[in-house]
Ligand binder design. Structure first.
Ligand code: ADP
Length: 508
């Protein structure tokens, strides 16, 4: 493999005769030669000519060759240049060491043979070339990785919209009684699989965040107990379908945390999901309790199963991205290998820790989550003025996706509301001004006037009597703050689950 030609060599020496000699040797060998007689001159030439190799005499009249080398290394533009130190006859080995430690790539003691010099320059060029190739490869990989992350994020977004519409539609179907067993079964399948799909999409979106350290929390005062109950509701059908018992032990009182409820739900859904998925017989235990007192008090949640267990060699890596114990081809329980990475990251962001235990294959697994308790929260949050928004209200839905709009309308009508709908922000505002609703559900990503502007306009024109709920895609981590600033009372992340909407309406 030949080095890129013609390479440029900067020859730095204050001894004119010596410099001339080396210049000639280099020229004869076919290199472009530039020269300098001082240390400062060398730095200047290095900037200007971007040499591939610098032959740098250690003893210079102004700053020493060592210092020149250090300065070259400190400047990103010159850092990658190969430096060959040269020095006069008598050099102790500690000086050589100092030069090499200071960042030089090679050392030659004068007088040296011409052939030795050229061979050393050649070898440095080869090294440099290899480094360049490696760097380019690393850059290309990083770029591909970044694009992959972007692609995953975009894919997740695109998948969310259709999912949102499907989930709302399912919510409606579910509320309609059926006496047909088969239909009920089919509905069950659709619902479970859609929920599963929604979780995969969530995970997919999160993975690009984790890799870029962009996972953010939206913390508030949260009682962990209802969060766990909610999660149990989600996973119960899956446990039933696998014929597994879910044994639950929750404390009678609350476990207050400063936490992001949605994220906690995600954590425990993942853990319980896994426990069920990786267990064929027996059951899954969920136990939550308080341990310790005062400032050291923490909520401890154990998810234990009697399943396939985790081999000891896999256990230390189980929380790493894409880690999977089962690498067999069929991977019948298949997932993406993202869940546990997310779990750990989210728990860490909450100031907690998660550990995994297993007595090995066939002996079940246990995951233990510890979260600091928020001891400032003694009582439940004060209830705001109690208006029941759950029945018979005037509701406006502003949503540009027609399926999602229709499904939301059907759902709200089913709950007994009078519903008006608008496909974009301008029409939404016009409708609201003509007949002010009591509640407006507003998508943020609207054509023309976006959801934030809709909220600002409604607050300005219609006033504070109206309750505003934002519905956003998953994109912006600041979504919630921005929504609250724009005047929204609440913020929901799509796909909006009917239960969640019901809860929000009851809270408002
Ligand atoms: P996924 O389940 O999507 O593969 P996770 O990150 O949730 O990804 O889990 C990573 C791996 O850890 C799984 O593939 C599985 O091998 C192992 N694992 C997780 N939970 C359990 C469990 N409760 N029992 C046995 N193995 C588990």
């Amino acid at each position: 493999m030949g080095e890129p030609h013609p390479a440029t060599v900067l020859n730095v020496n204050d001894d004119d005769a010596n410099r001339y000699l080396v210049n000639r040797l280099l020229s004869l060998a076919g290199y472009n030669v530039v020269e300098a007689a001082t240390g400062m001159g060398a730095l200047l030439m290095a900037q200007q000519h971007r040499p591939d190799v610098i032959i740098l005499d250690v003893k210079l009249p102004d700053i020493s060759g060592y210092e020149v080398c250090e300065r070259l290394r400190a400047n990103p533009q010159t850092a990658a240049m190969a430096v060959l130190h040269t020095s006069a006859t008598f050099v102790t080995s500690d000086k050589k060491v100092r030069g090499l430690d200071g960042g030089a790539d090679a050392y030659l003691t004068q007088p040296f043979e011409g052939a030795e010099l050229i061979a050393t320059v050649k070898s440095l060029l080869r090294l440099r070339h290899a480094e360049q190739v490696a760097r380019q490869r690393a850059n290309a990989l990083a770029e591909m990785d970044r694009r992959k992350d972007e692609f995953l994020a975009m894919l997740g977004h695109e998948l969310r919209n259709p999912l949102a519409a499907i989930m709302t539609a399912i919510g409606i179907l579910e509320r309609r009684p059926t006496s047909d067993d088969k239909e009920a079964r089919m509905r069950g399948i659709i619902q479970r699989q859609t929920n599963h799909l929604a979780r995969l999409v969530d995970d997919l979106l999160d993975v690009s965040r984790i890799t870029r350290d962009k996972v953010e929390l939206r913390p508030g005062s949260v009682d962990l107990v209802p969060v766990l109950r909610q999660v149990l509701q989600i996973v119960q059908p899956m446990a039933d379908s696998r014929g597994l018992g879910l044994d639950v032990s929750l404390p009678s009182g609350p476990l207050w945390l400063q936490a992001d409820a949605t994220r906690l739900e995600q954590v425990f859904t993942n853990l319980l999901d896994n426990a069920i998925k990786y267990t064929d017989a027996g059951g899954v235990h969920l136990r939550a309790e308080q341990e310790g007192v005062g400032g050291a008090a923490q909520a401890v949640v154990r998810v234990k199963d009697s399943g396939i267990g985790i081999p000891p060699e896999v256990l230390p890596h189980i929380f790493e991205l894409f880690a999977q114990a089962d690498t067999s081809l069929e991977r019948s329980r298949g997932g993406l290998g993202i869940g546990l990475t997310l779990v750990r990251k989210l728990i860490q962001l909450h100031g907690g820790e998660v550990t995994a235990r297993s007595n090995g294959p066939g002996h079940g697994s246990e995951f233990v989550v510890k979260l600091p308790l928020d001891h400032t929260m003694g009582k439940s949050a004060p209830a705001r003025d109690a208006v029941d928004l759950r029945r018979g209200r005037r509701v406006l839905v502003v949503e540009d996706n027609s399926d999602a709009r229709q499904a939301m309308r059907d759902l709200l009508e089913l709950w007994g509301h009078q519903v008006a709908v608008a496909p974009d922000g301008l029409q939404g505002v016009a409708l609201a001004m003509a007949q002010p609703p009591e509640l407006a559900l507003v998508d943020i990503g609207l054509p023309g006037l976006d959801g934030y502007r809709v909220a600002q306009t409604l607050r300005a024109q219609v006033g504070n009597g109206i309750r505003l709920v934002a519905m956003t895609g998953y994109g912006s981590p600041h979504g919630r703050d921005q929504a609250l600033r724009a005047g929204f009372d609440r913020h929901l992340v799509k796909p909006v689950k009917p239960d969640e909407l019901d809860r929000i309406l009851s809270e408002l």
